[in-house]
Design a protein around this ligand. Structure first.
Ligand code: COA
Length: 148
């Protein structure tokens, strides 16, 4: 498997990570997309965006359903950390829904630390209520990693 920059991200994966089309369009317009490719197929991807001075954020990370739980997202996150560090960023951030218990565990396992809550983010921005693991996905849990 190889991870490289792509100008032609998989739309299916972009929408798997974020159902809100407007957010996807915003990320793609101002970020750089990296794809994990296996035998010419995109099996996972993420977008790296520059948010504030010295700060980058991983958004829209997703892995195709038939290749999940095989370490691909872990490899993508390690790639994001390396890419952001090499580019001179000092802080790398990521966010996920309060009901995304698997995602939160994954990000913490990769070295991100919970640092805040964007209250009612999904209630404000999602066209329909989202439920996951029997819990309303209402807030965005913010996590970050110091790169220096
Ligand atoms: C979240 C996602 C990117 C993880 O990709 P992945 O390649 O399966 O992740 P990895 O194999 O590197 O890591 C798996 C670990 O993450 C956690 N995890 C990931 N998905 C999980 C799930 N659905 N349920 C429980 N734990 C999960 C677990 O800790 C798991 O470890 P385990 O398999 O030993 O239990 C993938 O499930 C996905 O694309 N989901 C849909 C899109 C999405 O939610 N994107 C994130 C938006 S914030």
């Amino acid at each position: 498997m190889e991870i490289r920059k792509t100008e032609t991200p998989s739309r299916e994966l972009l929408l798997l990570a974020d159902e809100v089309e407007a957010s996807v369009a915003d990320y793609i317009g101002r970020g750089t997309c990296y794809a994990a490719c296996d035998d010419g197929r995109i099996v996972g991807q993420y977008v790296l965006i520059h948010t504030r001075p010295f700060t980058a954020e991983v958004v829209n990370i997703a892995v195709v359903p038939d290749r999940q739980r095989q370490g691909i997202a872990t490899a993508l996150l390690a790639h994001a950390v390396d890419t952001a560090r090499r580019a001179g960023f000092r802080l790398l951030e990521i966010g996920t829904g309060n009901s995304g218990f698997g995602q939160i565990a994954l990000y913490e396992r990769c070295g991100f630390v919970r640092c805040g809550i964007d209250v009612d983010y999904f209630r404000k921005h999602s066209p329909t209520p989202i439920f996951e693991n029997g819990v309303e996905c209402r807030h965005m849990v913010r996590l970050r990693m110091e790169l220096v």
